[in-house]
Design a protein around this ligand. Structure first.
Ligand code: SF4
Length: 493
């Protein structure tokens, strides 16, 4: 009988990307995705989140009881926490069959087999990348949107971040390999790709071309059928004007920028070892907006970094007000074992951090809401979501009969399909009737629907051509679950 698997993903997009590879590898090895209780449960872990290890051992405890009821079930732990804690995992949770690291995802099927035959846990952690994960088979959640890794690892040493010690130095994939993967994805029905790297702006450092990222964006613009290109994460330190020009001059590169700020205080940035300053950051935003007036700019911010004063925090609020972010992932600083910042003096009391955090969130939300209201009355093109990770959202809202998708600037849009035949992966044009704090709403009739190859691919995957619409009054389909709650952006980048 075919063995089944389930992958539980924690942390950032890099882990989501790796999980797609893990799924692909397992399916190549003969496993099938589990509908119920799996024969193999894989935890793809994150070390960035607070209490990540406690949560992992809690989950592993639950997995042990599943395993006790299901002889032959295997449990594997991979990702950043596995890379960091290695042997600790099998000593604290001896029922785990395989521990594998971030550099050897490709070994998972062999390790599982070895564990089965030897009847003992297998731990294999490599210090350097063996095979670029993108070259491994993949099992994408979405048929029309895909992550494409352009680099792994990071050469920076931000003091709050564990990534460099777990993912290693930056390794860049050759542009030809990246573009070949994008072309293959497009041939497969994909219309949107997100180029992925811890610091996309330093792409090319390994092969000696500092303008490689801008060139890569322009080359993506030449790929027929590729409608939307996004990227994450850029680093303000390495952001150059040729990238802004490439974004503005390449029609399929979306008017959107998620650029981590982390702090608006130069002193705090220094202690974070983030080697840009607030004026440089604001200068990039100004030039992006001059080149792309409708670009939506979003960010990550950490509040309460050790030694952050009231004045430092005011500086962050000042940048937030000047930058007018479309949204922000906001984090309360907390110590991460293994990071340099964990040993810094002047760790702040929780109450101080909480009070600043609340003020920051209120400010960010108010600005985001105002920015969304500015879009009321505009026509926007929406790529209809199937709830895939890169698109988010996606459930048909039973109460309001709305569907969701993403605008070109990546804003989440809820719209009413009416009687129109709309499939995930198709493009619709709608008029925004209401800007809410975290999304846009169109309650007006759809202005146009464009059926796409991506919609065809989605339909083909459903394997049922008789159900073609998710519009009101039409037969309903089961749209996959939206973004798993555990999968959110991390504070890296
Ligand atoms: S925060 Fe981002 S840029 Fe800084 S070290 Fe971590 S991965 Fe690298």
């Amino acid at each position: 009988m075919t063995k089944t698997y389930e992958v539980r993903t924690y942390g950032c997009q890099m882990n989501v990307h790796d999980s797609e590879r893990i799924g692909g590898l397992l399916e190549t090895a003969g496993y099938a995705k589990a509908e119920g209780e799996p024969d193999l449960l894989v935890f793809n872990t994150c070390a960035v989140r607070e209490n990540a290890d406690n949560k992992l051992y809690g989950n592993l405890g639950h997995a042990a009881s599943l395993k006790a009821k299901k002889p032959g079930m295997q449990i594997a732990v991979g990702g950043c926490l596995a890379q960091k804690d290695r042997d600790t995992i099998t000593s604290r949770a001896p029922w785990v069959d395989v521990v594998f690291g971030t550099h050897n995802i490709g070994s998972l099927p062999i390790l599982l087999e070895r564990a089965r035959i030897a009847e003992e846990s297998q731990v294999e952690i490599l210090e350097a990348l063996e095979v670029f994960p993108s070259t491994l088979p993949t099992k994408r959640d979405s048929v029309f949107a895909a992550w494409v890794s352009i680099s792994v690892g990071c050469n920076n040493t931000c003091t709050f971040c564990i990534v460099p010690s777990l993912r290693g130095k930056e390794k860049d994939r050759r542009p030809g390999d990246v573009l070949a993967e994008v072309e293959a994805l497009v041939a497969d029905g994909v219309v949107e790709v997100t180029l992925l790297g811890q610091n996309v702006n330093s792409y090319g450092v390994e092969f000696g071309d500092r303008q490689a990222f801008g060139k890569l964006l322009r080359a993506c613009g030449e790929i027929d059928g590729l409608e939307r290109v996004r990227f994450t994460s850029p680093h303000p330190k390495d952001f150059t004007d040729d990238v802004i020009a490439a974004m503005a001059e390449t029609p399929n590169v979306m008017p959107q920028l998620h650029m981590p700020l982390q702090s608006g205080s130069d002193d705090v940035l220094k202690r974070m070892r983030r080697s840009y300053r607030r004026e440089k950051y604001l200068g990039i935003i100004e030039r992006v907006r001059a080149a792309m007036p409708d670009a939506a700019i979003t960010t990550d911010i950490i509040v309460g970094f050790p030694g952050e004063t009231d004045e430092d925090f005011e500086q962050t609020l000042d940048v937030v007000r000047r930058a007018r972010f479309g949204s922000a992932f906001t984090f309360q600083y907390s110590k991460r074992p293994g990071t340099p910042a964990a040993d810094l003096p002047d760790q702040l009391p929780k109450a101080v951090v909480q009070e600043r955090y609340d003020r920051l969130v209120a400010e960010v939300n108010q600005i985001a809401w105002e920015e969304n209201q500015r879009i009321e009355g505009r026509r926007v093109e929406v790529l209809v979501s199937d709830g895939s990770v890169s698109l988010g959202g996606g459930k048909k809202d039973a109460a309001t009969k709305r569907l969701t998708g993403r605008a070109r600037d990546n804003r989440l849009v809820h719209f009413v399909p009416g009687d129109a035949e709309v499939r995930p992966g198709d493009m619709v044009e709608v008029e925004i009737t209401h800007g809410a704090p975290h999304h846009l709403v169109s309650d007006a009739p759809i202005l146009s629907v464009r059926r796409t190859r991506a919609g065809d691919a989605w339909e083909a995957r459903q394997g049922r051509t008789e159900v073609r619409s998710v519009g009101l009054g039409m037969p309903q389909i089961g749209v996959p679950d939206p973004l798993p709650a555990a999968v959110t952006a991390c504070a890296a980048g």
